[in-house]
Write a protein that binds this ligand. Sequence first.
Ligand code: UD1
Ligand code: UDP
Length: 371
Amino acid sequence: MKKIKVMVVFGTRPEAIKMSPIVLELQKQLDSFEPIVVVSAQHREMLDQVLEIFKITPDYDLNIMSQNQTLSEITQKILAKMEEILEQEQPDIVLVHGDTTTAFSTALSSFYHKIPIGHVEAGLRTWDKYSPFPEEMNRQMIDTLSDLHFAPTVTSKENLLCENHTKNIYVTGNTAIDALNWTVRQDFHHDLLEKIDSENKIILMTMHRRENLGQPMRDVFEAIVKIVEEEPTVEIVFPVHLNPKIRQLANEIFGGCSRIHLIEPLDVIDFHNFASKSYLILTDSGGIQEEAPSLDIPVLVLRDTTERMEGIEAGALLLVGTDKEMVYQQIKELLQNKESYNKLASATNPYGDGTASKQILSIIKEYFSAL
Ligand code: UD1
Ligand code: UDP
C-alpha cells in the first residue's frame, strides 16, 4: 500500500509538546507513513526547547516569531509560507493541534489547497468568543474546516455534535498524557529543588493568556505576594513566559522576594517533574490543566472560563478567576484545610491513558484505506 504522507504542523510550546508524541509514533511506523514536520516557530526559544528534548528536526522551519507580534502578523506570515510548502509537498493530510494562530492559519491554508485536515484536540469549547482570546474562535474555525476530529474526551465530542459536526469524530484521550508518561522520572534532580527546604510547600505557577495581561495579572501577582508574606513555608516557583509584557510585570512585583523564584521557562522534562513535586499549581495554562490531574496535584485555574470542564467535574481543578481576594482566599484554603486539599489531589484524570498518538495513527490508516 502507498505510504500516507502526513504533514504535522505546529509552532508554540504546547502544540510542540502535544504533537511530538505523534511525530515519534509516525517515525516508528515508516512502513505506513511518510511524515513531514513543519514548524512555524510562532515561538522560537520555547519551541526549540521542546524539539531538543524530543530530538525532532523539522523538515521546514518558517521562523516567523517577532517580539510582541500581533495576531494578524502571525496569520499573514503563515498563510504566505504554508502555501509554498503545501504546493511543493502535496501531503495526503495535514495535522494541526488545538487553538493557536499557527493551527488556525495552517488549517485555512490547507483548506485553500483542498488538503484534508486532522484536528488533534478537537472540540474544546467555552462558547465565549473572547475567552480565551483568540483561542475559542481559532478552534471553532479549525473544527469547521477539519475532516477528521480527534476529540480528547466524550465532552469534546459532544461539543462537536452540538455544532453539527457529525462525521469522523474519534475520542482518543489527550496526547498531553502520552508526553507525560515519557517525561516524569522517579530519580529527578534539579539545582533549584536542592536549594528549597524539603519541608516547604512548592507552589508552581504559570501565567500567560492574552486576556490576563495587565490588571488581572497584577491582581494575581499581588495576591501571591500577600500569601508569601503570611506563610513562611511557601516557596513560589514561577518559570516566566518569554512574553516581555509578562516578564516586566513579574520583575516589578516579585523582584526581591526570596521565596519567589522567577526562573526561565523550564524544559518539558523539568516542568513535568517540578509539577509532580509541587504542593499546588496556579495557572491560566490549558495544557497544565490536563497534566496536573494525572500527577494528583491540585490546580487553581486563574481564568474566568475553562474549556477543560472534565477536570473541574472530576474535582481536580478549581476555577478561581483573577480577583485578588478570591485568589488569596483559595490559596489559603488549600494551605490550611487538609480535607479540601485532599479532595482535589485525589480526583481522577479524565484525559486518557497515554495512547492517544497510537490511536490517532490507526484512525488515519483506516480512513485512507477506506477511501
Ligand atoms: C501563544 C498562543 C496561545 C498559547 C501560548 C502558549 C496564539 C494566539 N496564542 O500565546 O494559545 O496558549 O502561545 O504559550 O496562538 N516569545 C519569545 N520567545 C518564545 C515565545 C514567545 O520571545 O519562545 C515572546 C515574543 O515576544 C512573542 C510573545 O512572546 O511575540 C508572544 O508570543 P505569541 O505566540 O504571540 O503569544 P503567546 O501569548 O505565547
Ligand atoms: N511547560 C513547560 N515549561 C514551562 C511551563 C510549561 O514545558 O516552563 C509546559 C507544560 O507542561 C504544558 C505546556 O508547557 O505541557 C503548556 O504550555 P503553555 O502554558 O505555554 O500553553 P497552553 O497550554 O496554555 O496553550
